[in-house]
Design a protein around this ligand. Structure first.
Ligand code: TXA
Ligand code: MG
Length: 343
């Protein structure tokens, strides 16, 4: 299958490109598109055959449910029931935006594979002009996970999607680099106290200012069986080919590690700009130190860049767990499988 890449920036008339994407989706095909978080791989969420193509293209385990994207807030009542006051407040405050709400699913409306047999569904309204134009032209919900092969870092550029899915999917809408760079916050609002199943751009502090106390289990706590969790948690995520090790963002610690590794390894260093003089075999920038937004926007591109090198080990600097730092460290800890470099 040939993969078309259609550019949809704000400077040209894109209507034909949207028509082409909408026609493909209406014909049961899958299309990649940008959101404010990462690129998604969309299928009409009520079409079971189309949704199955997503799982096949990604190599995604069938027990991992998909997020449903909607183009208007009102549509939420078509696919969910028992919309709580907390859910309502979240939608008012954060939609469109990077917050997925897990709610009770309305039976027999969505394709069964979307929810992977659960009685809940994750749903969000993305805050990206291309995603919104696509959804509002289509006038149907789109089931869309991140548009990467399962296990790889999520795509923040159309070329990342192309690397993973060329000749597997028919169409990529190229809307440039995504803004946030990390997937949406997933919040389960079916529970008495809402639980963050995946940290993201909408932080615990932001949520608590609107709805009061929210539970945010650590990765360790999420491994304990009794804690509610996103079914996707148990799988490998965000992993480049070479092993990743976390390291303190400290010049001496990094230089010592590199000196120790160099005789046997090619080392890729992922770190903020102020560490760029350190002599690793490869260096990929996280942007300005202490600018968490820049770090989240560049993280997946940096992780993916390592796969284009012959690096045999990757050192990535850790950051504070305040604000978006929680989401950044969540992804880094998963990419590293929890490993820290120790001398
Ligand atoms: O930012 C995003 O959320 C991106 C863009 C494309 O919207 N999408 C995304 O989808 O990251 P995906 O499939 O890569 O991640 C969805 C996560 C998974 O961890 C999944 O297990 C969880 O959400 N999830 C989906 N439905 C759920 C449900 N009903 N209950 C609990 N977790 C759910
Ligand atoms: Mg994903």
């Amino acid at each position: 299958m040939h993969t078309f890449q259609l550019i949809v920036d704000e400077f040209v008339d894109n209507s034909e490109n949207y028509t082409q994407a909408v026609d493909l989706l209406n014909n049961g095909e899958i299309v990649a598109f940008p959101t404010e978080t990462v690129y998604g791989l969309g299928a009409v969420a009520t079409n079971e055959q189309a949704v199955k193509k997503i799982f096949a293209a990604k190599g995604r385990p069938s027990d991992n449910p998909l997020i449903v994207h909607i183009g208007t807030v009102e549509e939420v009542s078509l696919y969910t029931t028992n919309i709580s006051e907390v859910a309502q407040k979240c939608m008012e405050a954060f939609w469109p935006g990077p917050l997925t709400l897990v709610m009770d699913v309305k039976p027999n409306v969505l394709a069964p594979s979307v929810t992977a047999g659960l009685d809940t569904v994750g749903i969000r309204m993305p805050d990206h002009p291309v995603a919104l134009e696509l959804l509002q032209t289509l006038k149907k919900p789109l089931a869309a996970p991140s548009a990467n092969r399962s296990g790889k870092p999520s795509p923040t550029k159309a070329e990342h999607v192309f690397e993973d899915l060329q000749n597997i999917i028919p169409c990529i809408l190229d809307g440039g680099m995504t803004g946030i760079g990390l997937e949406s916050t997933v919040l389960d609002v079916t529970l008495e106290t809402p639980v963050i199943l995946r940290p993201g751009g909408v932080t615990k502090e932001m949520l608590e200012a609107v709805i009061g106390p929210v539970v945010e289990p650590s990765l360790e706590q999420q491994k304990i069986e009794s804690t509610p969790k996103a079914p996707g948690m148990k799988y490998t995520h965000y992993a480049p080919d070479a092993p990743v090790y976390l390291i303190e963002a400290n010049k001496i610690a990094i230089e010592t590690a590199i000196a120790e590794l160099k005789p046997v390894h090619k080392v890729a260093l992922l770190a903020p700009q102020n560490f760029e003089e350190i002599e690793a075999d490869y260096y990929f920038s996280f942007g300005n130190a202490h600018d968490l937004e820049q770090m989240s926007a560049s993280l997946y591109d940096a992780l993916r860049s390592c796969d284009k090198t012959d690096a045999t080990i990757i050192l990535a600097t850790a950051t504070s767990k305040t604000g978006v730092g929680t989401a950044i460290m969540n992804r880094l800890e998963k990419a590293a499988g929890g490993k820290w470099y120790s001398l």
